[in-house]
Design a protein around this ligand. Structure first.
Ligand code: NAP
Length: 257
């Protein structure tokens, strides 16, 4: 099979598991060289062992800390001197409504979900400018395009990320850097496992809200490779005239809003 991202230099935040790991595997199979930036070193080691290559690196990065993001970008600079693709994937959920949300928890979610993509994009910019065709891809969420009860900090951050995508697309087009976002729907990852250990999918409320009234037309959870396919499109030459867009990859949930 032709490798269409051969030697492209890519950073994937939150790449140790879930959607990020799906993205890492897909882009690696397309020939990319990858830095995983995450706090889950053990999971990254397992993933890298299976990929069995020296073209993949792990940089322990707590994305809620600016100095660790600076360290990550320094690592990429020393290793590659340039960067082709930045994938701002890492995210956390806290699940509170306004009445129950503390400012401290709100800020933590904002730091990881919105501040980190800003800081990674900011510090990576000089490296992306050295690429022939730089790309920034944000992993947002369908929760960023609708009002939804609960999860005020997460949903607000994801809405902000979608507009950050538009703003950066406009600002960076003259530098030949394209900026797009993929908004997943319900994807089967550890994030979808609730505090009691059950999958959101298996709860009565999910079945009631999404399945009974056919609000999830494809009738199934998505998988990390469903998202990785859309991310690959935004990394590839096939999207060379696309910028500022958010592609909703959600089995049709959003068209039933
Ligand atoms: P996940 O399984 O929880 O994986 C996220 C990864 O990011 C984990 O390895 C996590 O480590 C890491 N991470 C969290 N905080 C970090 C920090 N401060 N610094 C560095 N790494 C950190 O999540 P996922 O489901 O794959 O989600 C990936 C992205 O897709 C997120 O932005 C999420 O909002 C978005 N998304 C997911 C869904 C879904 O249904 N799964 C739907 C819409 C959007 P820890 O395990 O230690 O936290």
């Amino acid at each position: 099979m032709e490798k269409r991202l051969l030697n492209k230099k890519v950073i994937v935040t939150g790449g140790s598991r879930g959607i990020g790991a799906g993205i890492v595997k897909r882009l690696f199979n397309e020939g990319a060289e990858i830095i995983i930036a995450d706090i889950k070193e053990d999971l990254a080691a397992k993933l890298m062992e299976n990929l069995d290559s020296e073209k993949i690196n792990f940089v322990h990065t707590d994305l809620s800390k600016e100095e660790e993001i600076i360290n990550l970008i320094d690592f990429a600079k020393n290793k590659w001197g340039a960067l082709d693709i930045l994938i701002n994937n890492a995210g956390i959920e806290d699940g509170f409504m306004l009445s129950d949300q503390s400012y401290e928890k709100y800020r933590k979610t904002m730091r990881v979900n919105l501040d980190a993509p800003f800081l990674c994009s900011k510090y990576a910019l000089p490296l992306l400018e050295k690429s022939q065709s730089g790309r920034i891809i944000m992993i947002s969420s369908i929760q960023g395009v609708r009002g939804y009860k609960g999860n005020i900090s997460y949903n607000t951050a994801k809405g902000g990320l979608i507009n950050m995508t538009r703003v950066l697309a406009v600002e960076l087009a003259e530098k030949n850097i394209l900026v797009n976002s993929v908004a997943p729907g319900f994807i089967n990852t550890p994030m979808s496992v609730m505090k009691d250990g059950n999958l959101e999918w298996d709860t009565d409320w999910f079945k009631d809200v999404y399945l009974k009234y056919e609000k999830l037309p494809m009738g199934r959870y998505g998988h990390p490779d469903d998202i990785a396919g859309a991310v690959y499109f935004f990394c590839s030459e096939d999207s060379k005239y696309v910028t500022g867009q958010t592609l909703l990859v959600d089995g049709g949930v959003s068209v039933t809003f």
